[in-house]
Design a protein around this ligand. Sequence first.
Ligand SMILES: O=P(O)(O)O[C@H]1[C@H](OP(=O)(O)O)[C@@H](OP(=O)(O)O)[C@H](O)[C@@H](O)[C@H]1OP(=O)(O)O
Length: 458
Amino acid sequence: MFTVKTIIAHFALSYMFWCSLLLNVQTTPPGIPLIANYFTTKGRYEEANPYLLVDILAVNKSLVNPPLEECREIHLTAIIRHGTRYPTSRNVQKMRDMHQLVQNAPEGKSWVREVRQWKMWYTEEMDGRLVQKGVLDHQHLAIRLSKLFPLLLSKRNLQDGHIRFMTSSKHRCVNSTMSFYEGLVKLWDIKDEELDFKVNDTLMRFFDHCARFVETVGKNQSAMAEVDKFISSAFMEGVQKKMADRLQVPFSNVTSDMAQASFYLCAYEFAIKTINSPWCQLLDTEDALVLEYANDLKQFWKRGYGQDINSKSSCVLFHDVFSRLDRVASEIRSGSDVTEAVTIQVGHAETLLPLLTLLGFFKDSMPLTSSSYVKQRQRAFRTSKISPYAANLVLVLYDCSGDLRLQAVLNEKPLAFPGLSVHQGVEGPPLYQDVREHYRDLLQGCNFEKECQLFPSK
Ligand SMILES: O=P(O)(O)O[C@H]1[C@H](OP(=O)(O)O)[C@@H](OP(=O)(O)O)[C@H](O)[C@@H](O)[C@H]1OP(=O)(O)O
């Protein structure tokens, strides 16, 4: 349960947030950039769960465990994005160009001087590697999940080999997997144990192996047409103009890439070093909302509802998860032990977003387009909340006196399966059978090979 301190802090933070919205004044805690809630996939997990700012190990059991007394958790699959990372080499280049532009800006305000004096320390070699904060993200997540699901994430299950680890081959994911394991080993003071994990890109980087996705989306810039249109829109121009005014440089010198680079400089300095960098002074809330929307458009059209193949490329992961749930269900029904209590699968934002899309989560009534920025202010598809660093989708199977129930939890908050009504008005997670029925078409179809064929046979 939450401690009193956490509850008070949670309400204080929420009160400050709503004041800032109503009064449109900065009331974010000092040290946190005013625009920190809009960093999309470059954002910290803590901004999605502000109570963690007070106690990084706080959990709210009542939120995720079923209120039904007779339930006990019997299996957990967690699909987790890696922790906080360095920028990719492509973005380091954009950030370096932005830093260069500021060198030639006139002195101006004090923060401009600070930005001019700021040392560009990012290098291409960093290329998305995990940082120390990313190690802590996963260590802390492991401890919180073990507090939420103690029957599953237990010392006994770890030592008996009932907790399985799988990761993408990318260094940030391998190191995140090791950090998650370290969190448990430290918690239970386990010595002389070796982490046994599998690298499986077929599952964790399915998008690389889906020819139709690679050719029609990954390599096809026209699939990003709405993103490109928005980046050339008056909204983005407005951001560039304000930046040019603040820096007192010609508007023509401030490209949309530079606007994005300033956003990233503020985001990475904060996420990696917890610094409210002078770069954050270059953008106000309205600017951040525009840049947030540009990034959400990218994720929508490349990983979300924008193209059907985005979500269908995750069929292989969908079937992997449900075949394991089916296996556990039959083990329970036959009275035998559950062979795999916990599966930890570490991947990317582009592992999580297509699967969430396939399951129908965070779907808005209208698609995100270059012309719907204003209408989509309250959109459900907001990656700042869905897929920050260490974002995690946890599927928990419960045995409730013989009835199997399945709960979805995203970033430690329960998710209702879209379109699945509560079973006969009974509170708590739906019956597993009802979830399977709800996804019957996907379970019987969603054939990865067929969906990913570049030229589908008739
Ligand atoms: O804009 P960058 O180069 O950072 O984009 C990265 C992806 O980062 P994200 O857009 O999710 O913030 C990165 O995803 P991650 O979950 O591993 O951080 C992805 O692996 C990398 O290839 C870049 O994605 P893109 O779609 O190729 O731009």
